[in-house]
Design a protein around this ligand. Structure first.
Ligand SMILES: Nc1ncnc2c1ncn2[C@@H]1O[C@H](COP(=O)(O)OP(=O)(O)OP(=O)(O)O)[C@@H](O)[C@H]1O
Ligand SMILES: [Mg+2]
Length: 606
């Protein structure tokens, strides 16, 4: 809880942060013409806005002119005539609404265009990130962070910047006009109103912080309550009731203290507002009235009303500025986040292999060592030697966590090796262009993940431009056509989020169809650990047999019955190869493999 509160606090962005955040301007450059136009409309509407308090004041103060009004020199409109002032006001409103309309539309346009480009780049960066990036960043956090950052930048570009400018403009022009109307009164006003307004803003923030603390403490006490009730059987079994009541009491006492404290400050705030803010306003009005009265008035009453209107406008602007400033600071941070994702090194930049050799499917592992970058002290593979010839099938078996799926990841060049080498034909993996390499491979992964969309779209993942016949053919070979056809919508059936609307076996067969469509030189099958019923297993196995024909296959198997015919079986134990050979040879050795086979046969017969 405490941590969350800290991260919410806006920190002053460093120079470096600002430098990085400036990257966003690159995205705005194509729309700069439009942006400038937006600023012109902003300037126009802000200027029109500044005439409003003046006219309002003239209207309110009309009827009792004793001294010449400031505006009497303007002959274009007769400000002594109420109806002309009203007419002028309406013309002003009309102008301002037109300017504001274009300002909003143009700023929105620029923002949306810019953000579309940023989003596109961020997404394309993300999908090109090396695997390790995804180990380091939680996907959920990443997506929520990116979308929160985008929203923050969107708000700022679309409105906050314009508003911020308008407020500053109002204050600067306001002070100038006030000084023009009466510099004496302006000085009195400036010495009181802005000071009070700013103190009020910080006072308000402080109080909000206090009540936030109380809120999070309340959340804390609620979680005690919730946990106690959810785990009530544990609480009772351990006779922890009174301990929990004590903990809860401590928490709620703390809440009481915090709330009482914030109540005290709120009370002080209310008195402050009543006394100081109104006091300051009354002081200014009093001084103003003194100037408009007497035998020698120095201020026209219309101007005096204009003065008050400007003061009100300025007061509002001043009190709006701190929050806007905070929001802009937050945006700088959010922009930096986005830009740092965009500037992160992608796979293409990290993997410098450029060779595009013809890959026949011959693969050799020479003393391959590997540790995941995130856990570099744990060696997952401790010197693996294996080889597979073109069109051969090898099998990897072994206990859970032995490193089988890791080998599949290394074949796809997801991670750099820690030692040794993987050689395709005669080319080391580091030298090969990573896209070229992956284009020659297909994997049916341990856990099939389908994309929300239709079955057709999911199969097409193997080959973007496949014809309808090719898709159906692949589905047939994958033993998937029958169940696809049984759906009323056939290939167009939606699979649901991550494929939840399909069974495990069906998902696997779609993954197989996808791999068949890709027609790879090298095929990697990471057999699912979750057991299928024997009928779907047979369907999946048959489909896999079809798929394995005429290409190099690396099969990671949990059901040993499926790999009897493999050209070589490698038995892995804790990152090493314990045994290797054909099925019959390994059975004769009476080693690990033969034990595993025995165990599985017993399991099946019981
Ligand atoms: N992304 C990762 N980051 C760090 N360590 C990992 C990662 N993936 C796997 N490991 C670790 O590497 C080791 C080998 O994992 P691997 O997935 O290769 O095992 P496996 O042989 O495929 O097991 P199973 O039969 O259960 O699928 C395990 O100890 C695992 O904890
Ligand atoms: Mg695995």
């Amino acid at each position: 809880m405490a941590k969350k509160r800290n991260s919410e606090r806006v920190e002053r962005p460093s120079k470096e942060t600002i430098q990085k955040a400036k990257g966003i301007f690159k995205y705005m450059r194509p729309y700069r013409g439009m942006f400038v136009l937006g600023w012109i409309f902003l300037l126009l509407s802000a200027s029109a806005g500044m005439v409003f308090p003046f006219l309002m004041g003239q209207l309110l103060g009309s009827g009792e002119s004793t001294t010449p009004s400031m505006a009497d020199s303007i002959k274009a409109i007769d400000l002594n005539n109420v109806s002309t002032v009203v007419l002028a006001l309406f013309i002003l409103f009309a102008a301002q609404s037109i300017f504001s309309f274009f300002r909003v539309v143009i700023f929105t346009n620029v923002t949306e265009n810019t953000l579309r480009d940023v989003r596109k780049d961020a997404f394309s960066r993300l999908v090109h990130m090396p695997m390790d990036f995804f180990n380091q960043n939680k996907v959920g956090e990443l997506t929520s962070r990116v979308s929160a950052d985008i929203t923050q930048v969107q708000d700022t570009l679309r409105t906050t910047i314009a508003e911020f400018f308008r407020q500053i403009f109002t204050i600067v022009i306001g002070i100038a006009v006030l000084a023009l109307i009466s510099w004496k009164l302006a000085l009195i006003m400036l010495a009181s109103v802005p000071v009070v307004a700013i103190v009020a803003v910080f006072f308000g923030r402080f109080i909000r912080k206090l009540s936030k603390e109380a809120q999070s403490e309340t959340a804390n006490s609620n979680s005690i309550l919730e946990e106690s009730l959810m785990g009530i059987s544990n609480v009772k079994a351990f006779t922890n009731e009174s301990m929990l009541v004590r903990r809860f009491t401590t928490a709620i006492n703390h809440i009481r203290r915090l709330n009482v404290k914030s109540g005290l400050w709120r009370g002080a705030f209310v008195s402050f507002i009543i006394f100081c803010v109104f006091g300051a306003i009354v002081l200014v009005i009093w001084q103003g009235i003194l100037m408009t009265q007497g035998p020698d008035p120095t201020l026209n009453s219309k101007d005096f009303f204009s003065f008050i209107m400007y003061t009100i406008f300025m007061g509002a602007s001043i009190s709006a500025i701190p929050d806007m400033y905070a929001s802009i600071q937050k945006t700088v941070g959010a922009t930096e986040n986005l830009m740092s994702i965009i500037n992160e090194d992608s796979e293409e930049e990290l993997m410098t292999g450029e060779l595009k050799p013809a890959l026949s499917g011959k693969i050799t592992f020479e003393n391959v060592q590997f540790a995941y970058p995130q856990r570099s002290d744990i060696e997952v593979l401790k010197g693996i030697d294996l080889s597979v010839e073109r069109n051969q099938t090898i099998a990897l078996v072994g206990s859970s966590g032995a490193g089988k799926s890791t080998i599949a990841s290394l074949l796809l060049n997801y991670y750099p090796l820690t030692g040794g080498s993987i050689v395709f034909d005669d080319t080391k993996i580091e030298g090969i262009d990573v896209t070229h390499l992956r284009e020659h491979m297909a994997i049916v992964p341990q856990e099939v993940l389908l994309f929300a969309g239709s079955i057709r779209e999911n199969i097409l993942f193997g080959k973007e431009n496949a014809t309808n016949e090719e898709i159906i053919d692949a589905a047939k070979q994958a033993n998937a056509w029958e169940f696809i056809q049984s759906f009323p919508e056939g290939l167009e059936t939606a699979v649901g989020d991550r494929g939840v609307q399909l069974s495990g076996g069906q998902k696997q067969r779609i993954a197989i169809a996808r791999a068949i469509l890709k027609n790879p030189t090298i095929l990697i099958l990471d057999e699912a650990t979750s057991a299928l019923d024997s009928e779907s297993e047979k369907l999946v196995q048959d489909a896999l047999q079809t798929l394995m024909q005429g290409r190099t296959s690396i099969v990671i198997a949990h059901r040993l019955s499926t790999i009897r015919s493999a050209d070589c079986i490698y038995v892995m134990e804790a990152g090493q190869i314990a045994e290797s050979g054909k099925h019959d040879e390994l059975i004769e050795q009476h080693g690990v493999y033969s034990k595993l086979v025995q165990l599985q046969t017993v399991e099946h017969s019981t």
